[in-house]
Design a protein around this ligand. Structure first.
Ligand code: PNS
Length: 161
């Protein structure tokens, strides 16, 4: 299969993301990690450049993966880059409703299909938001994010306190 997108905010990248991207890279010739410029959910903790740098280090071992930024509609970005598929990780049933709705909307807008990968069980509770919350209050997230991301989180929240 040709090119697929793995989109997200990646604020910051977790081991759950790395797992989904690694597995996607086995099935597609090329995977573009599409980092949204302005996540709507919350104000981002890491700048765009920092999110990119953290991703770069986390994915350096994957030859067929590259990182790009996008703003606006994901399907427009997909068309511009010749990507025919979008990949999403599903952690639990609670992810499904919204992800299905987005997949159907994206299909309707562009004909681009979304493929769902089940998150590996050891990562099924992980999210960037929870990782940030735990790290902010001094909790240990070292088994949940790549080592360099853990280091950055520790530095960042040490400064805050
Ligand atoms: O990591 P996140 O924050 O869950 O990622 C969400 C993301 C970026 C994949 C989603 O918000 C998105 O695709 N945004 C782009 C805008 C868009 O295309 N909206 C229509 C979706 S049907």
């Amino acid at each position: 299969m040709a090119t697929a997108l793995c989109p997200g905010s990646f604020d910051p990248v977790t081991l759950g993301h790395v797992d989904i991207i690694e597995r996607s890279a086995r099935h597609f010739n090329e995977v573009i990690v599409a980092v949204i410029r302005n996540p709507q959910k919350t104000q981002s903790l890491f700048s765009l450049e920092e999110r990119q740098q953290l991703l770069k280090e986390a994915l350096a071992h994957l030859d067929n993966v590259r990182i790009e930024f996008f703003k606006g509609l994901l399907v427009e970005f997909a068309k511009e880059h010749g990507a025919e598929s979008i990949i999403k990780g599903l952690r639990a049933v609670s992810d499904f409703d919204y992800e299905l709705q987005m997949a159907q909307m994206n299909q309707r807008l562009s004909g681009i299909d979304t493929f769902f990968l089940s998150t590996s069980p050891q990562h099924s509770f992980l999210s960037s938001s929870l990782v940030k919350e735990v790290a902010r209050f001094g909790g240990d997230v070292s088994g949940m994010v790549p080592p360099h991301v853990n280091q950055r989180l520790v530095e960042m929240f040490r400064k805050e306190t």
